[in-house]
Design a protein around this ligand. Structure first.
Ligand SMILES: Nc1ncnc2c1ncn2[C@@H]1O[C@H](COP(=O)(O)OP(=O)(O)O)[C@@H](O)[C@H]1O
Ligand SMILES: [Mg+2]
Length: 243
């Protein structure tokens, strides 16, 4: 679990050891931005599945839906009552500044996962704010040429901003020649998550039932997304959190 080790007490002239017990260290939330220019690349599916892994690892998780289409919110509303709870923050890209302030004021949050809409070019200020705030930016893409073109350009921006970021290949069909071509192009343009996510029906089921693949009884997609969670944990220095 991420702990920044920052004491919440204010400074006083007395030494801490003198009369007060030490306060608990205040947790600093890690921010994961899930963003790519195109719709349908798996931003929402990746966000919700990583959030479920995180909550099962015992983390306090906020999911942020900044897409006015509201797919993440609809998934959240379908979540079974017995499932481990997440916190939802709902808005649009224009609310990015408010989201950062309001979520920043919440206590003991470990992880904030921000799901974004396509067309980030229409929101340059909010995009920049979110990139600056994020500890890691995950960029899902399919293996299709136009998707790859779009995310390679987006990665150029992220690298200029010195954002810690990586591509995630999603909906892959590993037997297609386009798959190896896509991997080669992405590897040349930035960091590529070493595990990709196959095109699998289980992912669709997670939207239907408000769950993550790791909450399904048998899921092939969990083999892929579990490894993506391990990669993201490493990038966010959350390695202590279980799978
Ligand atoms: N790996 C995958 N395999 C199969 N279907 C997927 C996969 N990833 C996403 N999908 C499906 O593709 C559609 C678009 O995915 P979504 O996560 O909503 O993309 P985005 O948020 O980028 O628009 C959804 O119906 C989702 O269930
Ligand atoms: Mg979406």
């Amino acid at each position: 679990m991420a702990k920044a080790g920052v004491l919440t007490r204010s400074r006083s002239t007395k030494s801490i050891a003198e009369d007060e017990p030490p306060t608990e260290p205040h947790r600093t939330a890690k921010w994961l931005l899930v963003a790519s220019g195109k719709g349908g690349s798996g931003k929402t599916s990746t966000s919700l599945n990583l959030a479920v892994y995180a909550v099962h690892a015992g983390l306090k998780v906020v999911v942020v839906d900044l897409d006015r289409q509201g797919s993440l919110t609809r998934w959240y509303e379908r979540r079974p009552p017995a499932a481990p709870p997440l916190i939802l923050w709902e808005g649009t890209m224009s609310d990015a500044k408010r989201a950062i302030a309001e979520i920043g004021a919440l206590e003991d949050v470990d992880l904030v996962i921000v799901d974004t809409p396509p067309g980030l070019d229409d929101h340059p200020d909010s995009t920049r704010l979110l990139v600056e705030k994020s500890d890691f930016v995950l960029v899902p893409t399919t293996q299709g040429t136009t998707d790859i073109d779009s995310v390679v350009e987006w990665m150029g921006f992220l690298r200029r901003e010195r954002a810690n970021s990586a591509f995630l290949l999603n909906k892959v069909q590993r037997t297609h020649t386009r798959y190896s071509k896509a991997k080669a192009r992405l590897n040349g343009a930035g960091l590529l998550c070493p595990v990709d996510v196959r095109q699998l029906d289980d992912i669709e089921s997670t939207h239907d039932h408000g769950v993550g693949v790791c909450e399904l009884r048998k899921s092939r997609a969990a083999e892929d997304l579990g490894c993506v969670w391990d990669f993201v944990k490493q990038q966010l220095a959350l390695e202590g959190a279980a799978r």
